[in-house]
Write a protein that binds this ligand. Structure first.
Ligand code: G3H
Ligand code: 13P
Ligand code: ZN
Length: 285
């Protein structure tokens, strides 16, 4: 069942859980996500980054995700992750994505608002939902000081103004996570999540969620996170399974035999995340 990002995330916002948004570059990842969603009866978001779309081609990703969504009994949205390129965002709208992210977080506030507003107008005109980002998520270190926090984490006043002026459907906030593997344990600014949720009362998004401990994820969800992005943990599950298979079977050259076990390993990781996020059993008809 293909639905808009807003339908999925408003349901999560109203019912106090988070939907997993999992990155894909190939068929096995799309299938692993759908199998996990069916098994756990979870609504789900299949997302591709600009890099993922360049690798596979936007038409291929859109076609695979649409087949998966249409065959699935659970609600599925197809989302562009970290869109910065205007043409690529338009290509996603044209190819049937039901959600796009415009990531203007590296611009000054005024420019981020301007760019986000433009995409919201276009996407909403064709029924597609929009995620935007405020604050700086990447490269945040464990031992960040209070001053630095205020400079890079999402400011609740700015967030309120940003949402009012752009009309965005859900907002990615910077609260202490970072993309990729963590060196130490990430420390989330839970108070900030709470304040932003109270002020905005809308679906909030957590990026860089691979490797965040279960208790932190659960607390973040309880405070109002409704979309949780996972890429690295799926990549690692893929890598580990392929490496193990090739080590045990150095002469096997059939791609199905090499990548098949990785599809199962990815599905297992994804199903665990769905349960952790509180999405299991939340699929509606
Ligand atoms: O947020 C970034 C995602 O992990 C996608 O990474 O640009 O290497 O596809 P990528
Ligand atoms: P991780 O790779 O750290 O899970 O981050 C994923 C993400 O935020 C995609 O936008
Ligand atoms: Zn991200």
């Amino acid at each position: 069942m293909l639905v808009s990002g807003r339908q999925i995330l408003n349901h999560a916002h109203e019912n106090g859980y988070a939907v997993g948004a999992f990155n894909v570059n190939n068929m096995e990842q799309v299938q692993a996500i759908i199998e996990a969603a069916e098994e756990t009866k979870s609504p789900v978001i299949i997302q591709a980054s600009q890099g993922g779309l360049k690798y596979a081609g936007v038409e291929y990703i859109a076609a695979m995700a649409k087949v998966a969504a249409e065959k699935a009994s659970v609600p599925v949205a197809i989302h562009l992750d970290h869109g910065t390129d205007f043409k690529q965002i338009m290509a996603c709208l044209r190819n049937g994505f039901t959600s796009v992210m415009i990531d203007g977080s590296h611009y000054e506030l005024e420019e981020n608002i301007r760019k986000t507003k433009q995409i919201v107008e276009m996407a909403h005109a064709v029924g597609v939902s929009v995620e935007a980002e405020l604050g700086k998520i990447g490269g945040v270190e464990d031992d960040i000081s209070v001053d630095e926090k205020d400079a890079t984490y999402t400011d609740p006043d700015e967030a309120e103004r940003f949402v009012k002026e752009t009309g965005v459907d859900y907002l990615a906030i910077a609260v202490g996570t970072a993309h990729g593997p963590y060196k130490g344990e990430p420390k989330l600014d839970f108070d900030r999540i709470k304040v932003i949720k109270e002020r905005l009362n809308m679906p909030l998004v957590l990026h860089g969620s691979s490797g965040v401990p279960e208790e932190s994820i659960k607390k973040a969800v309880s405070l109002g996170i409704n979309k949780i992005n996972i890429d690295t943990d799926i990549r690692m599950a893929f890598h580990k399974a392929v490496k193990a298979f090739v080590a045990d079977n150095p002469d096997v050259y059939d791609p199905r035999k090499i990548v098949g076990p990785a599809r199962i390993a990815m599905k297992e990781v994804i199903a665990e995340k769905m349960k952790m996020f509180g999405a299991a059993g939340k699929a509606w008809k």
